[in-house]
Design a protein around this ligand. Structure first.
Ligand code: GRF
Length: 316
């Protein structure tokens, strides 16, 4: 299996980056670190990453506008082939352009049990509040600071006499475990059949009068009491493929799609040429395109009355 390519952004010590990097040395780890970048050329983590043979980039942000600096980092990440970004102690607010360019593909680790204690000074705040536990969270990065869906958390007991430093040191141990585990789960979820089926289901059932049944052992989407417009196939007849079957919109379309992208499109056995298979297990699925294909397929089988309703809805 191809490993997911991850770029890591740091500002200093880089111990979480090191934890990600060493976890990635295991053959079974589903990601690899392709670049470590810092907004400080003297960041200690850069020396470590370089010594481990990772491509590095260190550049001070001083003198740059935020969006301008982020564009430099973005270009470096993309040039290194990064598909995901892991923020690991990156002490910079990110521009909205950068965040949206990595939407759903950028994670951060934060030393608190989010949504508690966003921002700085998290350890002291947990102690001052008299909490029994502090901890750390890995979350998807959105435009808001330390916000976005939490993917994983580890609670860490606060001990009598703990200072912010002693607590931080203990939480850091938990951070190092949590980050690589959560990142590994995250980059593989797009290959898991249940996750893929849910993604398809979300788009398919959002179409007017759509329902889901099981047909020939496959989850299948159709119009209530009407025709089917999509099948979700996983390892059907042992073919090892996870794919979506949708109706084509023109007689030659199946052949032209397969010709344009033979790794992704295929002719589904027993379905004739009115249907085309779209592989969902390649790790780079364009979900807007999938939603579009589902919609087109739905249009192929929808009764005229429903089509009219859809056209009216489209005008708004
Ligand atoms: C960690 O505590 C992390 O949770 C926070 O910044 C710190 C970075 O430490 N976001 P390091 O550079 O990974 O050692």
């Amino acid at each position: 299996m191809q490993k997911a390519k991850v770029g890591v952004l740091i500002s200093g010590r880089g111990s979480n980056m090191a934890a990600l990097l060493y976890a990635a040395k295991a053959e079974s780890c589903p990601y690899e670190i392709v670049m470590v970048a810092a907004n400080d050329p003297d960041a200690a983590g850069l020396t470590l990453a370089a010594a481990e043979g990772i491509r590095t980039f260190g550049q001070s942000h001083k003198g740059y506008k935020r969006a301008e600096f982020d564009r430099i980092i973005d270009a470096k990440l993309r040039a290194a082939g990064a598909q995901y970004v892991a923020l690991a102690g990156y002490m910079r607010l990110l521009s909205p352009e950068f965040v949206s360019g990595w939407e759903g593909r950028m994670l951060n680790i934060h030393p608190s049990l989010l949504p508690k204690y966003k921002g700085l000074d998290t350890h002291q705040r947990a102690i001052d509040a008299g909490d029994s536990h502090a901890g750390c969270s890995v979350h998807i990065v959105t435009a808001e600071l330390d916000d976005g869906p939490v993917l994983g958390q580890t609670a860490v007991a606060i001990l009598p006499g703990d200072t912010a430093d002693s607590l931080a040191a203990r939480i850091l141990i938990a951070e190092h475990q949590l980050y690589s585990r959560t990142l590994a789960d995250f980059v593989t979820r797009e290959r898991q059949p249940d996750w893929l089926l849910n993604k398809v289901r979300e788009s398919a059932l959002a179409l007017p009068q759509a329902d889901e049944i099981v047909s020939h052992g496959m989850p299948c989407f159709g119009i209530v009491k009407g025709k089917k417009f999509a099948y979700f196939t996983r390892d059907h007849h042992g073919d090892g493929i996870i794919a979506l079957l949708v109706k084509t919109t023109a007689p030659e379309e199946q052949a032209s799609l397969i010709e344009a992208d033979p790794a992704r499109y295929y002719r589904p056995a027993y379905f004739g040429n009115e249907w085309v298979g779209i592989r969902l297990d390649l790790g780079d699925t364009d979900w807007d395109h999938v939603a579009q294909r589902l919609r087109e397929s739905w249009r192929q089988v929808a009764p005229r009355k429903l089509l009219g309703l859809m056209d009216i809805a489209d005008e708004f």
